[in-house]
Design a binder for this molecule. Sequence first.
Ligand SMILES: NC(=O)C1=CN([C@@H]2O[C@H](COP(=O)(O)OP(=O)(O)OC[C@H]3O[C@@H](n4cnc5c(N)ncnc54)[C@H](OP(=O)(O)O)[C@@H]3O)[C@@H](O)[C@H]2O)C=CC1
Ligand SMILES: Nc1nc(=O)c2c([nH]1)NC[C@@H]1CN(c3ccc(C(=O)N[C@@H](CCC(=O)O)C(=O)O)cc3)C=[N+]21
Length: 298
Amino acid sequence: MSATIIDGKAVAASLRAEVAQGAAELARRMGRRPGLAVVLVGSDPASQVYVASKVKMTREAGMESFEHRLPEETSEQDLLALIARLNADPLVDGILVQLPLPKHVNPGRVIEAIAPGKDVDGLHPENAGRLANGLPGLAPCTPMGCMMLIRSVVPDLRGLNALVVGRSVLVGKPAAQMLLNADATIIVTHLDTVGLPALCRQADIVVVAAGCPGLVRGDWIKPGAVVIDVGINRLPPEPGAPKGRIVGDVAFDEVSEVAGHITPVPGGVGPMTIACLLKNTLTAAERRFAEASQARAA
Ligand SMILES: NC(=O)C1=CN([C@@H]2O[C@H](COP(=O)(O)OP(=O)(O)OC[C@H]3O[C@@H](n4cnc5c(N)ncnc54)[C@H](OP(=O)(O)O)[C@@H]3O)[C@@H](O)[C@H]2O)C=CC1
Ligand SMILES: Nc1nc(=O)c2c([nH]1)NC[C@@H]1CN(c3ccc(C(=O)N[C@@H](CCC(=O)O)C(=O)O)cc3)C=[N+]21
């Protein structure tokens, strides 16, 4: 094996420690802790696990966690009413609505209802537009985590070729924006892309967010490339793993023979996503506090 493994767990732990320090300092000035509201509709088992982990880490970082668990049959109208209350709640700095939502709820309408200043997932069109235009806003957590891992091994991306597999609003598209903002040259691929392996072989940086276990193979990789595996896929149960193993979208053993650096699954991008969510919550709280102080002074 030639690739160095990028330790997402370690980078995430140091980011969380930094956020905890900032949160403690802000809490002293505000007279209250920064607060994150997490909304979970339905009982998708994977979502339950992520939300539990988010709540635990929010508290460990010295922030308030407000959990809203709603039944699967919650109407869109009731969900929008909850968002309106959270938007108006002075103790809530960040709002995250866990995706996917039940089929009868339009996720776009729900995300657009979140106040952009509290949109710590960075999914509101205003924040997506700010990212596209290189303006300050709140950026999506998973691609932000990918960028931090990439920069931990390649600080300057200028002129490098980067390829992103996947174009979701949650991961692929914002990851491509961030790579472009960092002066890389980007290719974004999806199900209609023709000749993905050959395109991939040109890339110095490969970010894979497809939800397709083992999609990226060893012979797709330029020797020495940085490979970031966003995929989280649970395999069927097998002897020794009754709940099924979690694997990424990259054929890890093959790709590590060729790549220069690679993120593991688990222990790569996943922990960074949660750490960046806490960072966004701190950023949102700092901005809200600064705005409120300015308004008082005026
Ligand atoms: N580690 C973390 O923190 C996170 C992990 N994830 C994981 O990342 C993966 C992707 O998530 P998400 O972006 O939300 O998923 P989506 O299903 O929303 O998007 C998947 C994208 O990948 C493309 N795609 C799917 N299969 C292929 C293929 N065989 N070849 C080329 N492109 C393909 C799709 O193309 P098209 O647009 O044409 O349909 C689509 O653009 C999932 O495994 C998810 O669980 C997600 C969020 C956070
Ligand atoms: N509004 C919204 N925002 C999201 O950011 C969002 C979402 N909805 N829906 C689902 C996806 C998925 N996601 C993950 C977060 C953390 C891990 C994580 O911490 N994974 C660990 C543990 C994996 C395990 O063992 O289960 C790891 O990779 O090491 C994984 C996946 C955020 N998502």
